[in-house]
Design a protein around this ligand. Sequence first.
Ligand code: ATP
Ligand code: MG
Length: 469
Amino acid sequence: MSTATAPAVHSHNSETANFLNLVIVDDERTVREACREVARTLGYNALAADSAEHVYRLLESQVIDVILLDLKLPGAGGMEALHRIKQERPDTEVIVVTGCGTVQSAVQAMKNGAYDYVTKPFSIDELRILLERVSTHLKLKSENRILRERIKSKQGFCGIVGTSPDMERLYRMIAKAAQSHHPVLILGESGTGKELVARSIHFSGPFRDKPFLPVDCGSLVPTLIESELFGYVKGAFTGAVQAKDGLLSMAEGGTVFFDEIGEMPVDLQAKLLRAIQEKEIRPVGSTRRIPINVRILAATNRDLEQAVAQGNFRRDLYFRLNVLSLKIPALRERRQDIPLLAGRFLDRVSRDAGRECTLSDGAMKALLAHDWPGNVRELENCLERACALNSGPEIQLTDLPSGMNGGNGHITIDKNGSAKILPMSELEKQTILGTILQLNGDKLLAARLLGIGKTTLYRKLKEYGSPEC
Ligand SMILES: Nc1ncnc2c1ncn2[C@@H]1O[C@H](COP(=O)(O)OP(=O)(O)OP(=O)(O)O)[C@@H](O)[C@H]1O
Ligand SMILES: [Mg+2]
């Protein structure tokens, strides 16, 4: 049985079937080989079987997405095989191949759950169109399934919380990215959930059972990154008493997540690019190249375009990684998610502390008005600390960090202990947002009480990126 991955891109359509598994079941070798070739150029992992029994064995050992099944098979006939396959693996789509003039059996096959049929002899184009159609169908089916699951559990993928339109968009992008095998660049400020998103892409995709290996390019010693990624052979350097696999080969079939990719030294960027492009690596100290089959995800909170312009990041690697890019919005741009996130974190903190922690109205208002430069992580830490400091069941405004609890109004004390006077624009913003909150979201009343027009109020809310607008 061959599980070889699709060859390098040959046609425009080679991405359509991105690593879907397909089996061609036919007792004629020439037919099997011709179909296999077409399927491979479309990006399928194409396997072949010469009998129904053979395909049953394949189904036991792996997930097969599509089967091209000749109805005229020796032994257990094709129709019986179709019946059994659809019963045991209802998600596997079967395209039946019928002989000329046997429309009746094609109709019967469709009734028995076949996805479609094609009559022998068929042209390469006919087959190509069919295979493209079934792969698009499978992708949509899978995206819908992921979205349905998410809606069912009322939360994002793999524990991502948020229902704002921005997050909804992000979930759709994650669902799409999960089904592709291209690199994805995940962008977002610190603490917005880049790693969480990377995990979701991996764990909601078809290779979720394969490894997900994160590499923190920011904290690894630059000289170690190379051996960590590519592995090394015995004696490659002092201390290399035995050979070691690198992450790129250990993740075989799965994902390597390059966190803080912007921190990767420039010379290693070239080696990484080569590994991605050629799908092979050379362990440190070795002359031999080893093929790899991994999906690359990368994240950064740096402006990579700027790094490219300054010569700190390779343009070619940037383009390679940026095939798909996901931007996670800052928390202040989706304040409506704050209560949901706070609720989630408080549930967890309460469980850990063995007592219930809730938020007073005043504290919740302060959370909603804060700008969260450290994003979701800052919110999480803030609530953990507030719960630890507070002995009663309800977190009060005074339990929150000084910058958030109103303190001295327009004078705040920063981390270094020096006083900072808030500029007028910030005071105005706090007043507007605070008033709306106090009025339970009544913007018209807020505008009237503040003595400004409602268009001005909406414009300002838009400037603040507030969901109130
Ligand atoms: N939408 C979210 N729902 C639930 N938890 C979240 C969400 N976003 C982030 N978190 C939590 O916030 C913390 C920070 O997330 P994560 O480490 O993924 O952020 P990051 O963008 O990688 O941060 P950094 O840039 O600092 O590495 C984690 O504990 C994560 O579980
Ligand atoms: Mg991170």
